[in-house]
Design a protein around this ligand. Sequence first.
Ligand code: M6R
Length: 598
Amino acid sequence: MDGLARLEYRGYDSAGVAVLGDGALHTEKRAGKLANLREALEKRPINGDGAGIGHTRWATHGAPNDVNAHPHVDDERRVAVVHNGIIENFATLRLELEEKGCKFVSDTDTEVTAHLLALEVAEHGDLAAAMRSVCKRLEGAFTLVATSVADPGLVVAARRNSPLVVGLGEGENFLASDVAAFIAHTREAVELGQDQVVELRADSVTVTDYDGAPVEVNEYHVDWDVSAAEKGGFDYFMLKEIVEQPRAVADTLLGRVSADGRLSLDEMRLSPADLRSVEKIVIIACGTSFHAGLIAKYAIEHWCRVPCEVEVASEFRYRDPILDQQTLVIAISQSGESMDTLMAVRYAREQRARVLAICNVNGSTIPRESDGVLYTHAGPEVGVAATKTFLTQLAACYLVGLYLAQVRGLKFGDEINTVIAQLAAMPEQVERVLGTVEPVRELARSLAGADTVLFLGRHVGYPVALEGALKLKELAYMHAEAFAAGELKHGPIALIEDGLPVVIVVPSPKGRSVLHDKVVSNIQEVRARGARTIVIAEEGDESVRPYSDVLIEIPAVPTLLQPIVSTIPMQVFACELALAKGNDVDRPRNLAKSVTVE
Ligand code: M6R
């Protein structure tokens, strides 16, 4: 149950367990949060002494109710199975199984696997062989974990396009979709590869491919411990993760500048020659990671003079993008498991583009399938809303941009060193912002009754506005929209009415003054039409004061780096407003932390 609690961020609309004991499968399943299952188990404890499996679900097929919750069992209750992903050919398989007399009780795609496994076990008596044979019949994405009364000390699992990690303990072993589930027991892990089956007993782990051939596995040590995955005195993970941002950014920058002051990103696995031949960059990502990509474009094009496109990963492969060996695709993904991004990565590699992943989870699928990787070192992020990982993605993107400029000889060493020094000062600036957000909290509480909030920004402030709106949507379930400030007069300004809160991100007046002055005009435009202006501007920027109903000051930093500080009030605002509405900010409704379906 503790393991499931640590995985609850991946899906939390229902949960269930199956444990073997006395030659039978004992199951309990409940719709809603894990607490419901816990309560049911307290009332009716399971007394199994064999292997056990459990699951927290994010519904794809079938409503989130008790029946559709996992584990699923066959008619005879001889096999139990839990599943992540989508089995695309489940309808055909279900028809075939029903013709054979199998009785289905749920609306899920998963249930077919319980019946298929049971039929195979009945025929061959071996759960691992059954799993290999069943997997060959399945289309789509899946991690399957199964137990059978035929062998109560055994758990068998398989994966295709969905994560699965083995935890290696002493006299005990674990399986989970994320190391967080077993980190309290072991920090030694094995990441399963594509199309592999694992047989797990308390004292052995055997990995094969779908044909039963043994597979070499890579063990690795997890470099964070259980305390990093716990709330540490905060009521919510999100609150803790916001506060962890200075450390997360510092850790991401750490060790990436060599003694001679040059950036050294050898771990990226892309050679300087590879990077010199790049003629175009395409960034692909989803959600918050996409916003990091939008900001990266400004920095990369400015520092490297290489054209850079940014695209939502789920759209990328459907529009026939122009890619070749001279294209560098940068895939940004916190989890390294977002299916939309993974599919875009695969497509890009098929078109012979080189792919660099920016990722927070060591050994996850996207970096493993990319040509190179730059890890962010944010530590585990449990809250569904991305916070510290966004800031570290920005830091990583800046590093990639500067490194490209360095290897391509586009900037003098001292120019690069200046930006590196400015980046190195960012953790301290982030700390300063965190020390001044109390008024933002008060403001958020005062707006808990608002229906709509608009966000405006220009240049790198525009993706920050998008991120602010996304945070508010996903946490506070409010209508929130972001616009490029200049686009306002082309339509959205019609939305402005008396008292409508509009958050505006103002660029530094010391950078390009034209940019700054244009945004100040935009503030006046919305205020003249009755908006309540909430202005995020640099300390000492007096020009905005007369037009700000609320002024939120952030430290003066270079224009391109401003998103690292201007995003923080947005995060705090959304989090506090959601809390004021009584929402669970760690587990907002309908969402999952890693979206492993397309
Ligand atoms: O793990 P990824 O970075 O690939 O996830 C992408 C998005 O699903 C993610 O950023 C999502 O938008 C967050 N919940 C936003 O807070």
